[in-house]
Design a protein around this ligand. Structure first.
Ligand SMILES: C[S@@+](CC[C@H](N)C(=O)[O-])C[C@H]1O[C@@H](n2cnc3c(N)ncnc32)[C@H](O)[C@@H]1O
Length: 394
């Protein structure tokens, strides 16, 4: 297990991401043949030659993918040790009151119980940051017998959560608050704050408030790193070299969902037809630039490729010619989709690298403000890919 200090790991991740930018920044969906295809022709060919089952295997198995690609780009062999994170140990906890999962979707409940089992009772009042209906807060309140304040800005969620807390006669109160714009200091000082799946700016704001309020301890599970007010990511540690746009941040949450075969077929069709129209657009406009196509309603996928392109051409104001060979363009569409699915595997090797870099950026910043910080995985990635828990105390 990699036990290197967080700041050392962050430095190494930063160096790796900067050195390999030409491998993970270009998106094959937008650029048919990124530069690296010429630099690594054997890898390019090996990827294009993958059959469907190998493609599915590598798309679903990040470790196998990194091993496969490292045989062509040895520099990537250092990735596994840099992204390795220990699992949390199961803390001794009281048996969970089974009534508490009422109304909670199964997967969410499993995430909540995994997190609960990973965290020690802090022995003080708890603030639940951006808690939605306060599912997690409810469990902690009941199990630990600690007062919980759930902060959430959607009125309907606040009301639903408060009604449930009353039903179970719990010491859980809800505060309707926009944590990005209203001062919440009073809620935080002397509390343990817990945030499950706080998106982008929400978890970054919490990091700042932890320091401002000298919060004694916290547990944070970040998600959706790309959601935020800025177009570019602002690093917590200014000596880092990597600059990330919001678009690049998306790579950290770019998951290959394991779907049923008919969903895969639909996804492939959607992607192929978009790429097909993209190629027509480039041909007819005489421009090789990527043309950004807004999301397309699913019903357009029902009436054949020709009808789809005709509707899109109206929306995008691209006049089609009368002599379009639709079979030819549809074949090209599927050929592009075949290639994109394979070539984008190289980027996929870096998604966890980027995520761990983001996590370490927060960890090192907190450490520089006297916090002792632990990073663990609190559940399997199959339960939620956003499974990294940052815990700290001063
Ligand atoms: C991804 S959900 C997570 C909810 C809950 N922690 C969970 O894991 O089920 C993020 C929550 O943050 C809330 N939220 C978004 N922006 C907010 C803000 N500025 N202030 C307070 N809550 C906010 C949303 O309404 C939503 O309930």
């Amino acid at each position: 297990m990699n036990r290197m200090p967080h700041h050392t790991r962050l430095k190494q991740l930063d160096a790796l991401l900067v050195e390999t930018q030409s491998l993970w920044q270009p998106q094959p969906f937008k650029k048919a043949r990124p530069e690296w295809c010429n630099l690594y022709p054997k890898l390019n060919q090996a990827l294009l030659d993958l059959d469907e089952s190998s493609l599915a295997h590598y798309a679903a198995n990040n470790e196998a993918l990194i091993t496969f690609i490292s045989s062509y780009i040895p520099q990537l062999a250092e990735i596994p040790s840099l992204i390795e994170l220990p699992a949390t140990t199961q803390k001794q906890q009281r048996e969970i009151d089974s009534r508490l999962n009422a109304g909670i979707p199964g997967r969410k409940w499993q995430q909540i119980t995994s997190l609960y089992q990973s965290i020690e009772n802090p022995g003080c009042a708890i603030t639940e940051w951006c808690g939605g209906k306060g599912y997690l807060g409810r469990l902690l309140c009941k199990q630990w017998q600690q007062p919980v304040t759930t902060l959430e800005y959607q009125q309907s969620l606040v009301e639903a959560g408060a009604a449930l807390a009353e039903k179970y006669q719990l010491k859980q109160q809800f505060k309707k608050v926009d944590v990005l714009n209203a001062p919440v200091v009073k809620q935080l000082s002397n509390h343990h704050t817990i945030a499950l799946h706080a998106c982008g700016d929400l978890h970054r704001e919490l990091i700042r408030q932890i320091i401002d309020t000298k919060m004694p301890s916290f547990s944070i599970v970040p998600c959706c790193y790309h959601l935020g007010r800025e177009n570019n990511y602002t690093v917590f540690n200014p000596d880092l070299k990597l600059n990330l746009s919001r678009e690049e941040l998306r790579l950290a949450v770019n998951e290959t969902v394991t779907a049923h075969s008919h969903e895969i077929q639909k996804r492939d069709q959607d992607m192929a037809w978009k790429l097909g129209f993209q190629q027509i657009w480039q041909e007819l406009s005489g421009s090789s630039d990527y043309h950004c196509i807004k999301p397309v309603t699913k019903t357009w996928l029902k009436d054949g490729f020709k009808s789809y392109c005709q509707k899109l051409s109206q929306r995008e104001q691209l006049p089609l010619t009368d002599d379009m060979d639709w079979d030819y363009w549809e074949n090209r569409a599927y050929q592009r989709q075949h290639d994109v699915m394979r070539l984008q595997l190289l980027r996929q090797c870096f998604k966890r690298v980027l995520e761990v870099w983001l996590i370490m950026d927060m960890a090192v910043y907190l450490e520089s403000h006297a916090y002792s910080v632990d990073i663990h995985q609190f559940c399997e990635r199959s339960l939620t890919p956003r499974n990294i828990l940052i815990e700290g105390k001063i």
